[in-house]
Design a protein. Structure first.
Length: 214
């Protein structure tokens, strides 16, 4: 317990950093995932192509390489932001590709007759998607979205290698102070466990309230 009690502020700062990364990147991933899923089922070919390229490139790019591209590449083009913002961009964009595919799979579970009936009533594609299809699709994709965001929380550990304040990065400071590596990582693991279990609990509540009864 000494490593935790004597360095509680350090652990707390790292824990808060990971929570912030997870929350901000999750919001970005959900928004971009929704947009890309809309593109992938849109009647406009160019939008479908853009969505397909987005998903294909990001899903097949190692997250570490994406971090290098964002944190080290964008400043070369004059875009200079705090490293935490770059980390949120990398995590959010990467995860949005997986959120997109989860939402698209949910959209495909909605009977086509729902969309055809909406269009026959004069509703536009946007109205049909937002008012008819997605509300039904969301109910079936709550568990996989939760799993994807849990993976995002764990992937945030990569940010520590790029001078971003997060939980895993605390081991460097604690190692320099002479603390044992085993207990250092035990308490780091406990921190990640708290975060992932919290996300899991949240989505369990959402599933019980809005999920499809199986």
């Amino acid at each position: 317990m000494d490593v935790l009690t004597q360095n509680f502020a350090l652990y707390g700062k790292g824990f808060l950093g990971t929570v912030q990364l997870t929350v901000y990147a999750s919001l970005l991933a959900l928004v971009l995932g929704f947009v890309m899923a809309s593109f992938r089922v849109a009647p406009v070919g160019s939008l479908r192509l853009f969505g397909t390229v987005w998903v294909t490139v990001l899903r097949n790019t190692p997250l570490t390489l994406l971090f290098f591209a964002v944190l080290l590449g964008l400043p070369r083009f004059g875009l200079v932001l705090p490293f935490q913002v770059f980390a949120v961009l990398a995590l959010g964009c990467y995860t949005s590709a997986f959120i997109c595919e989860v939402l698209r799979s949910g959209i495909n579970t909605v009977p086509k007759g729902q969309g055809e009936a909406s269009r026959s009533l004069g509703m536009t594609f946007t109205q049909t998607l937002g008012g008819v299809v997605l509300p039904q699709a969301f109910r079936s994709v709550i568990p996989p979205i939760g799993s994807t965001l849990i993976a995002l929380a764990k992937n945030s550990a990569i940010a520590g290698a790029f001078s971003v304040n997060e939980l895993l990065g605390t081991y460097k400071t604690l190692g320099e102070l002479g603390y044992g590596v085993v207990w250092t990582f035990v308490w780091i693991a406990v921190g990640y466990l708290i975060i992932t279990l919290s996300i899991s609990a949240l989505f369990n509540v959402l599933e019980k309230r809005w999920g499809i009864v199986r």
